[in-house]
Design a protein around this ligand. Structure first.
Ligand SMILES: [Zn+2]
Ligand SMILES: [Zn+2]
Length: 333
């Protein structure tokens, strides 16, 4: 059997991993790169893919799905209901998986999805394909506001493990304290561009815990009242008169979000997640006064990924989602 990366190994986005036997082919995620680059589809005949497993809604995992269909994909798509609702693609009939439920979906493949702690509906996949076992963490964080089914003591042939942050990145607890310190030292008048699913909810929960009022400007944040993906319920109750503005647009792609920043030149701007190369966010981080970067973790660090691998027995393991690695982009197992 063969593992082949079409993107996502030794780079930050564009996650798309092929698992191929002489008889069957599956793709794990199908995302866009930081500058919107497609996965390297020239490496495969898309029409021969049997199935696509989507871990979660973010564009670096799902942004190229439309293009995959355009190029002739007609296999089954597996994902969670919240992921399907979030990505808004309606050109395929979804096959919903539920976490911790083992399904024999083909006579040559069984799968158990698990919660990966990254955002609403985020899954990792534990797969048996023919005689081999493969675990894909998706974007994964145990120390998170989202529930995570921890990966422990598993024997698998291959593990594909998220380690998106550099080895020297601080853990979630330390970054949370540094974030609160920064917010306190700046006082009021702060703009925070955040993704509406995932880190946005994490930041709102930090504010709730510390009684810090905030306003939401532009698009609302994605939220489900009752769901089993959150470790604790997060009330989204923006205040009308707070000067901490949450903008649901991390790379400030929309004109509406850019206008909010332009209208508040005296406000501090804080980025808390990966700032894509070539984005408006990246430009502002390099040029604007009172502009800061303070990570709020939604991935494992490279060190945490290595530690996770050691807590299990994997014959082969590859760390993805990290520009600084020098991992093999293909291997047999
Ligand atoms: Zn993600
Ligand atoms: Zn990702």
């Amino acid at each position: 059997m063969k593992f082949l990366s079409l993107g996502g190994i030794n780079e930050h986005g564009r996650n798309a991993f092929l698992i191929e036997s002489p008889h069957h082919k599956i793709l794990l995620d199908c995302g866009l790169g930081e500058k919107g680059e497609l996965p390297d589809f020239s490496k495969i005949d898309v029409s021969t893919l049997n199935a696509l497993f989507l871990s979660h809604s973010h564009l670096d995992h799902t942004g190229a799905v439309g293009e995959l269909f355009k190029r002739g994909f007609h296999g089954q798509v597996f994902l969670s209901k919240p992921t399907y609702d979030c990505i808004g693609l309606t050109n395929f009939k979804p096959f919903f998986l539920h976490y911790q439920e083992k399904r024999d979906v083909f006579n040559w493949l069984s799968v158990k999805a698990f919660r990966s702690g990254h955002c609403f509906g985020a899954f990792g996949y534990d797969i048996r394909m023919e005689e081999k076992t493969i675990i894909y963490t998706g974007d994964y964080l145990e120390d998170s506001i989202f529930s995570c089914d921890e990966i422990r003591n598993l024997e698998r042939d291959v593990a594909i493990v998220d380690g998106a942050y550099p080895a020297d990145e601080k853990c979630m607890e330390d970054n949370k304290s540094a974030f609160l310190k920064l917010i306190t030292s700046l006082g009021k008048n702060i703009i925070l561009p955040l993704p509406k699913n995932g880190r946005g909810i994490e930041v709102i929960s930090i504010f709730n815990d510390h009684g810090i009022p905030y306003s939401i400007v532009g698009e609302p944040f994605f939220h489900e009242e009752e769901n089993d993906y959150l470790k604790k319920k997060v009330d989204i109750r923006p205040s009308d008169n707070s000067n901490i503005l949450l903008v649901a647009d991390p790379q400030l792609k929309k004109k509406e979000s850019q206008d909010i920043v332009a209208k508040h030149p005296s406000f501090s701007l804080i980025f808390t997640g990966t700032v894509d190369e070539g984005s408006v966010s990246s430009y502002l981080l390099g040029t604007r006064k009172n502009t800061f970067f303070q990570r709020i973790n939604v991935h494992q660090t490279h060190l945490e990924a290595e530690a996770l691998i050691k807590k299990n027995q994997f014959k082969k393991a590859v760390i993805f989602h990290n520009k600084e690695t020098k991992e093999k982009t293909s291997f047999s197992f």
